[in-house]
Design a binder for this molecule. Structure first.
Ligand code: GLU
Length: 299
């Protein structure tokens, strides 16, 4: 199998892809998702939160700041628009919802960009306290980090040009398919669809730039991520719409801090029970009517 590793993509179009350029809208208004609510949800901060048994929580509380790793170029999930410094999207809302239960207000969250490949190292090195970044829970990752959740289940899919004949992963033989280093979709292509030529970058927006220029035939990652790009490039790209894996999204945490993991699982469960999860979803991704909330796995 051939694999191209490209570290630098054409910056100009990439920045356009990152920015959500042309979408306009007030900073607080949702840009993605059909029927997304206009009003930003507010999560009640739990002022009596006390998780002193958690080393991570205690250090964050003492510093007055919770450090959260998120994506910056995934519209609808974790995205920083041009001219803004604030990330927004479903993952960002989940981070705020969880932070509130842990006793942190939104302005006490310090966001750091994580790309797919640096999520484990950042948690292991203590650069961040948690990761909320379309992060699939799996056994390999559990060897080095812990997960609370899942809070959503996505599936691997394909983004192709509107007029493409590619209808699923079996049509990728001899085709160039772009994904991201350190991601489960890239690993899946390498392991199961090895007649495809994998082009791997550090972020998906670079793949989208290549799809636009025609230098790759498809982009592969989770359907939730691809839908955001399809919306941004309406009329140009389509999501094939036949997911071929399950990607349960978890909140990544430093390994071995069980008190933190319990606290985050409780926060997610509370949000799912009291309607905050639904508000977060509808504010960022659209109607949650047909979306199933997953069961928390307290492994
Ligand atoms: N959910 C997959 C993963 O964690 C793909 C999305 C991503 O790379 O963030 O690898």
């Amino acid at each position: 199998m051939k694999k191209l590793r490209l570290s630098i993509a054409s910056v100009a179009i990439g920045l356009l892809a990152l920015s959500g350029c042309g979408q306009g809208g007030a900073p607080d208004a949702p840009a993605e998702g059909d029927g997304a609510q206009a009003e930003a949800p507010e999560y009640t901060v739990n002022d009596s939160a006390d998780f002193k048994d958690s080393k991570t929580w205690k250090a964050a509380k003492d510093a007055g700041e919770l450090k959260v790793g998120v994506k910056y170029d995934q519209p609808g999930l974790g995205n920083v628009k041009a001219g803004s410094e604030q990330p927004e999207g479903f993952d960002i809302e989940i981070a705020k919802m969880v932070a509130a239960q842990l006793g942190f207000s939104p302005d006490q969250i310090k966001y750091t960009e994580t790309v797919s490949a640096n999520r484990e190292p950042f948690l292991q090195q203590g650069n961040i306290d948690m990761v909320v970044a379309t992060y699939t829970i799996n056994d390999e990752r559990k060897k080095v980090v812990d997960f609370a959740g899942p809070y959503y289940v996505a599936g691997q899919d394909l983004l192709v040009a509107e007029d493409s004949d590619i209808a699923g992963p079996d049509d990728l033989d001899g085709k160039k398919v772009c994904s991201v280093d350190g991601s489960t979709p890239a690993q899946n292509i390498e392991e199961k669809y090895d007649k495809a030529e994998l082009v791997a970058y550090d972020t998906y927006s670079k793949c989208v730039t290549d799809l636009q220029s025609g230098s790759v035939d498809a982009v592969t990652t989770d359907d939730a991520i691809l839908r955001g790009y399809a919306k941004q490039y309406e009329g140009e790209f389509k999501v094939v719409g036949k997911p071929f894996t399950e990607e349960p999204y978890g909140v990544g945490l430093p390994k071995g801090d069980d008190a933190m993991r319990d606290a985050v699982n409780d926060a997610l469960q509370k949000g799912m029970d009291d309607g905050d999860w639904k508000k977060a979803f509808e504010y960022t991704l659209g109607s949650a009517d047909d979306v199933e909330m997953p069961e928390i796995d307290r492994y």
